[in-house]
Write a protein that binds this ligand. Sequence first.
Ligand SMILES: Nc1ncnc2c1ncn2[C@@H]1O[C@H](COP(=O)(O)OP(=O)(O)O)[C@@H](O)[C@H]1O
Ligand SMILES: [Mg+2]
Length: 230
Amino acid sequence: MHKFSFYQLKNIAEDFGIDSYKKSKPDLYQMILKHFSDEEREITPTQRKCIYKKIKQIGKGGTDSTVYLTKKGNKEYVMKTFPSTIKKADIKKEVQNQLLAKGLSPKVIDFDYNDRYIIMEKMDTHVVDYITKNKGKFPLKHQKRLIEIFTALDNNDIYQSDPNILNYMLKDDKIFMIDFGMSKPINKSLIKKMGTDKPNMKYTLLSFICKLKEGNCDPKSYSHLIKYVN
Ligand SMILES: Nc1ncnc2c1ncn2[C@@H]1O[C@H](COP(=O)(O)OP(=O)(O)O)[C@@H](O)[C@H]1O
Ligand SMILES: [Mg+2]
């Protein structure tokens, strides 16, 4: 529990619909744990996973994970699955960081470390495809949103160290970061190693700008972002 701040626990509790008003940190922690066991008592994770019908495979990322488009009723969701070569602790870290990055990443609907899956909200398009369609232009509102994302990740102590531009997607014309597989906690040793306590604003931002430059985007596409580079 000491790993999470009170604020972070409140965010996780909210994700599970737990009322966090006037609850102490240990109370919240117990309620989150209880939520898991309650759900597991009613229906096993394997049964929960089967509710989501696989439509097709949509992504095979840099890691060994496999991503599927699924349907529950009429609604589409994304299922990310992990092979046994990926350690349970790594799946846990990915899920926890995606939960902490609430509002900045696809909403986590369900997950299980033993069954090795995450069910999440489906995004519409990759940012790269959007930019290509938009003739190399990346409007100011999206640049502002990226700054909001990097600042919030820094404030939540999550470093998104994966520079792959395919990890940026849009839903309803708003940017989200989809992949926390290579995310790291911003702790003392990371701060010392990277020389900053704001690694997303320093490095993740810079690598995004580089990708736009490499793609010969209109310079206006990063003119706002570049103001934050020092
Ligand atoms: N929530 C999502 N909505 C839509 N597509 C997704 C979503 N999550 C992943 N994908 C697709 O699957 C690909 C791989 O997912 P990602 O989480 O980046 O896996 P990896 O860890 O293997 O890189 C993405 O590039 C994207 O095309
Ligand atoms: Mg990825």
